[in-house]
Ligand binder design. Structure first.
Ligand SMILES: [Zn+2]
Length: 192
């Protein structure tokens, strides 16, 4: 069947993308894409956006998309993240009901599908000034596991496992939270 992109902000309606249509060129993004993907980053301050951000995303079904479409999806998400000076972007932040995120940490670009945090250290790290593209102009002190293990899939559907610590652990926690409908403001540092 055709790949169906659920996008809360497609004006043409939800549902299957007709692949027989000519591929359209998104001039603003300078990326040729065959699916309609909104590039607007949802804002938790907006009621409708918040509802989308607070919903757990559906698992990404590799069988529904071609390799080319998956590469395009990653390209678009990466571009949106770069343009917004972000360090990570989860699918639901642009209205996609898909478990996928992109992130750039220490110069390395990650694009991970169906991620799951499978183990966390008991030790936590306190962070100052964590922020989020969907919670603009708000920076908070937070806690995140110092180390964690992330299981997921790469763009080819190949299983991956990454052991992360420091900023990478924080970023993975932040993005997996998004895909589970949580925001970093749920993880505020609590005084004990
Ligand atoms: Zn975020």
């Amino acid at each position: 069947m055709e790949g169906a992109l659920t996008c809360a902000y497609c004006t043409t309606g939800l549902g299957a993308v007709n692949r027989s249509l000519p591929r359209y060129f998104n001039a603003k993004m300078n990326i040729q894409i065959s699916m309609e993907i909104s590039t607007r980053i949802l804002d938790a301050a907006d009621k409708k956006d918040e509802k989308t951000l607070r919903r757990k995303t559906a698992s990404f079904d590799f069988s529904k998309f071609s390799k080319k479409e998956i590469n395009e999806l990653i390209a678009v998400m990466t571009k949106v993240m770069y343009d917004a000076n972000g360090q990570g972007l989860a699918g639901n932040q642009i209205g996609l009901d898909m478990s996928v995120f992109v992130a750039k940490v220490n110069g390395k670009l990650y694009s991970i599908f169906n991620p799951k945090i499978t183990s966390v250290s008991e030790e936590k790290t306190a962070w100052d000034g964590e922020g989020c593209l969907s919670v603009p102009n708000r920076f908070e002190s937070t806690y995140a596991p110092s180390k964690l293990t992330l299981d997921g899939f790469d763009r080819n559907g190949k299983k991956i496992k990454i052991k992360a610590w420091g900023m990478l652990a924080l970023t993975f926690q932040h993005e997996v939270d998004h895909l589970n409908g949580r925001l970093f403001i749920d993880r505020l540092k609590i005084r004990t």
